[in-house]
Design a protein around this ligand. Sequence first.
Ligand code: HEM
Length: 494
Amino acid sequence: MELAGAITIFLGIYLSCLLVISTWRKHSRYKNLPPGPTPLPLIGNFLQIKMGDTLKSLERLRDQYGPVFTVYFGSKPIVVLCGHEAVKEALVDQAEEFSGRGAMPTVEKNFQGHGVVFANGERWRQLRRFSLTVLRNFGMGKRSIEERIREEAQYLLEAFRNTKAEPFDPTYFLSRAVSNVICSIVFGNRFDYEDKEFLSLLQMMNESFREISTPWSQFYDMYSSFLKYFPGPHTKIYHILEDMRKFIAKRVKQNQATLDSSSPRDFIDCFLIQMEKEKKNPSSEFNTTNLVLTTLNLFFAGTETVSSTLRYGFLFLMKYPEVEEKVHREIDHVIGRHRVPASEDRMKMPYTDAVIHEIQRLTDIVPLGVPHTVIRDTQFRGYTLPKGTNVFPLLGSVLRDTKYFSSPEEFNPGHFLDENGRFKKNEAFVPFSSGRRVCLGEGLARMELFLFLTTILQRFALQPLVAPKDIDVSPRMSGFGNVPPTYQLCLVPR
Ligand code: HEM
């Protein structure tokens, strides 16, 4: 009897809350958001979103509510954009309004709105403009960085040769090579592959990419305002990023002690010089916090994305050996077996170019996109998004948009080839996102993917340890990022 009474009281309170919330929503500034499933008090739309499978859960809601809808993470509304048209209309056609960076609770405590990736407003504008200029001055998109990648690819070949065609896990082979390219820009040097500190930084990065993609992290993103007061797996990410921050802060101190303003050696030097130039400007964002955290952003974003894509790429090529075979043939035909590949070869290699695009499309490294926010009250498709509303542009839904890809779930380089075998652009190819926040390292990443992949395949054939049909290409984890499965392979000299 007592239990029945308690349940009745609980239900009564709960239903009253529901009523209050629905009345509040009708009259609040959120009254004209896109439609979506009714949120429950406190838990929001928790019941509709399967942790660990967020993209699929959100795509299911699209079937019910259309390509633009609202879900509640706890009590926070998130406007979700699905498919190429909706994402383009927001990020490109209304670029300015949608250019804000949305909340990412899992890393909030580490960055607190600093560093180019998480900054907003004037801070973001200054850091983005400066980072792009320095990356270009250090050769992004130019010959000098191409030389650096080609040189690094030779170190990588040497390391691969030493595996003597025995089975190995390629994870840290690839991340050491890829990371050394961005390290040359931000720290002014590459690291020896045996360097213990370097390897430990790469392990931290790999681990934090995995950690921010776990079901727990997605759960934390929903209920951080409550969970942040308690211990839990989210504190692990905080500590890993904090260790990386300390490493960079140490490098900044070393640069400061040896700085020669007339000859900057790297990104850190350039930033220090800019800090000095602007020290009397009260609205300057050039300070040590932004220096350390922007460097961390570049180091992280410049390593984990490209190396995970290459690691996934190997797996696709082993699953579809006929595709690898055609890439081998194109390399032999255009570059030959001896000359080191150059980025201008890409124009003559439509098949390889298409394969790299298809690898990126299915790797779908950031399936939910990095969260955005609207920087002012914004009218979108007849709805009103109040300033500060979080927006998820689901890049994964664009990369698999059935209107733009004939067989979206299949690995098919034909998605990027015309009937004459020429490379064909596809406007829904958006792994780097689009609009004002488009990936700052796109040019560098594209050059690295082409040069590393062709250099490796010029010299080696990939050999899986299981039959191609048994290779499972589903991600090991899918959350903020799609984490590629762990596997071993043999590299057999050609
Ligand atoms: C395969 C490689 C890569 C992929 C798929 C990728 C993808 C992305 C995506 C989806 C975003 C979010 C854009 C948005 O907010 O809508 C982003 C932002 C960013 N990426 Fe990349 N990225 C890659 C490589 C790199 C590299 C090599 C660098 C280093 C130079 C880099 C630096 C950044 C930075 C600094 C941002 C933040 C831009 C901003 O907020 O203004 N990325 N990237």
